[in-house]
Design a protein around this ligand. Structure first.
Ligand code: CA
Ligand code: CA
Length: 338
């Protein structure tokens, strides 16, 4: 209908589309949820078709190139849906539709937001809000591709604060290490910079001034993640180990045992440096310690030198790690163990 203002029609309504194709009539015959796109003088109406509980709910496209928006004959309907259910090796998306559009914060990208389900069930439930980027064809029509299944990583919209959520490799040089002649972090013998923590000393000592059994070590400095997300820190230690990140005790396994894996998780921001501290001791025989990390985008790896820094000079720790170094009387660690 013609409109006097954005919320008042001023003339008779005109019917532009009815469910005419089979793919618009699965479950129920439906055309609904129209959303408009403009590009180079052309107008597009993207609408949702078929029953909203069916896996076949899909988006259709009407195109107007004349600018006469109230003439039904000026609109051409795509004979096939332009966005519909998808099943691939990485998963499936069903019932995609009832969408909206938005631009990336810097105005360079076009995005569709829509609902879709992970299973082809005939229910209203299970619909999840989803968003992905779309592009444009030479004929100015939108190209949506297929709905992207859950769990497939997408870059954030260009210019979003999170665009800095990925940083390149850091410029770290490693952690400050102090090795002690006794297993309770006393009797300091050696101070040095360790580029990363991936040691298997076997039945030997880390340095000639240290004993082969009953020594300990403490690493201090900062760790710098490359992604803004929850990181899991992993250790593999013989014997005991504790790890603090940003003052939070993530791994607490201060006990004698053969090599054991531990882990603990914390949410981190890309590019920020967080205080990290690792305490370790060897009681008898074999001695080893590995410190790794993983996150949704960070494959499991020994934390590399580039992301580890010696303690910040002078600047006091924002949240200092607890001073507790006594091994006795600590509750059993709550971290999971593999
Ligand atoms: Ca040992
Ligand atoms: Ca030993």
């Amino acid at each position: 209908a013609p409109m006097r203002d954005p919320y008042t029609i001023s003339g008779p309504r005109v019917l532009l589309s009815t469910p005419s194709y089979d793919w618009e009539r699965v479950g129920w015959a439906v055309n609904e949820g129209p959303e408009v796109l403009h590009r180079n003088g052309k107008t597009f109406v993207v609408y949702s078709a078929s029953g909203g509980t069916t896996p076949d709910y899909a988006l259709g496209l009407l195109t107007n190139t004349t600018g006469n928006l109230l003439d039904p004959k000026a609109w051409t309907k795509s004979p096939v849906p332009v966005f519909s259910q998808y099943k691939g090796p990485e998963g499936g998306v069903y019932t995609p539709g009832h969408n909206g559009f938005f631009r990336s914060p810097d105005g360079t990208e076009d995005w569709i937001v829509y609902h879709g389900k992970e299973k082809p069930e005939h229910t209203w439930g299970g619909r999840l809000a989803r968003a992905q980027r779309f592009t444009w064809g030479a004929d100015d029509a939108p190209i949506f591709g297929h709905p992207v299944p859950s769990g497939v990583p997408l870059a954030v919209p260009s210019g979003e604060g999170g665009a800095r959520a990925i940083t390149g490799p850091g410029k770290g040089t490693g952690l400050q290490a102090r090795y002690f002649g006794k297993k309770d972090l006393t009797d300091p013998k050696v101070t040095r910079l360790d580029p990363s923590i991936n040691f298997h000393w076997k039945f030997d000592a880390p340095a000639s001034s240290l004993p082969t059994d009953g020594f300990s070590a403490r690493w201090r400095g900062q760790v710098q993640p490359r992604y803004s997300e929850t990181y899991t820190f992993h250790t593999y230690a013989d014997d005991g180990v504790r790890v603090w990140v940003d003052g939070k005790l993530l791994i607490d396994d201060w006990a004698d045992h053969p090599a054991a894996a531990n882990r603990g998780a914390i949410a981190l921001q890309a590019g920020r440096r967080y205080d990290i501290r690792i305490d370790y001791f060897d009681n008898l025989r074999d001695a080893r310690l590995l410190l790794a990390w993983s996150s949704p985008r960070q494959p499991f790896e020994v934390i590399p030198r580039s992301q580890l820094y010696p303690p910040a000079a002078a600047a006091p720790a924002r949240r200092p790690a607890p001073a507790n170094t006594k091994p006795a009387a600590r509750p059993k660690p709550k971290v999971s163990r593999r």
